[in-house]
Design a protein around this ligand. Sequence first.
Ligand SMILES: Cc1cc2nc3c(=O)[nH]c(=O)nc-3n(C[C@H](O)[C@H](O)[C@H](O)COP(=O)(O)O)c2cc1C
Length: 185
Amino acid sequence: MKKKILGISASFRRNGNSAQMLQAFLKGAEAAGAQTETIYLADCNMHYCTGCWHCKETGSCVFNDDIHMIAEKIMAADAIVLASPIYFYAISGQLKTMIDRMDAYYQKIENKDFYELFACADSDQACVDTAVLEIRGFISCLKNCHEMGIVRGTDACEVSDIQKGAHLNEAYLMGTSAGRRSDVQ
Ligand SMILES: Cc1cc2nc3c(=O)[nH]c(=O)nc-3n(C[C@H](O)[C@H](O)[C@H](O)COP(=O)(O)O)c2cc1C
């Protein structure tokens, strides 16, 4: 059975630096035999989590929007690739909104590999650290889910700056390794 890999692009720059890393990753995964799909959060209708905790009482969210489709795809995937720009040393607002809205689903998300692709203008890799911790916090709430790889796409401010360095290749190679992992029969 082919490994199912879901890419989630969390930038409004549809062909921006993090999206290009995601495309490279998924190309690598496909070359290794995986089946891939991409969700662009910019295309999705997602209300903020209001903390009403309706989900705690009922297991479902009061908002009827695209988060349910996103959660279904996450639960059906073997691996999730989160691609986000760094905004003020953190993940993008769209990605944070998606994660917060997972409150209704996170107990049902299990046995997933997570990969993270970050694009930032800074040349210091440490500028991604907060974003890594944010995603690590989310993963830590999930059952048997693991952080498998991170690409810190530094020196990428303008669209396509990412093409100047080695990050696209790094993402591609990580994708090939993710696509051929042998833990799915
Ligand atoms: C609101 C905003 C905040 C940003 N904050 C940072 C930052 O803290 N550190 C950094 O290195 N780059 C920062 N940047 C630059 C972006 O991370 C960079 O342009 C990145 O390539 C965007 O990724 P994308 O093309 O995938 O959207 C910021 C950009 C914006 C628009």
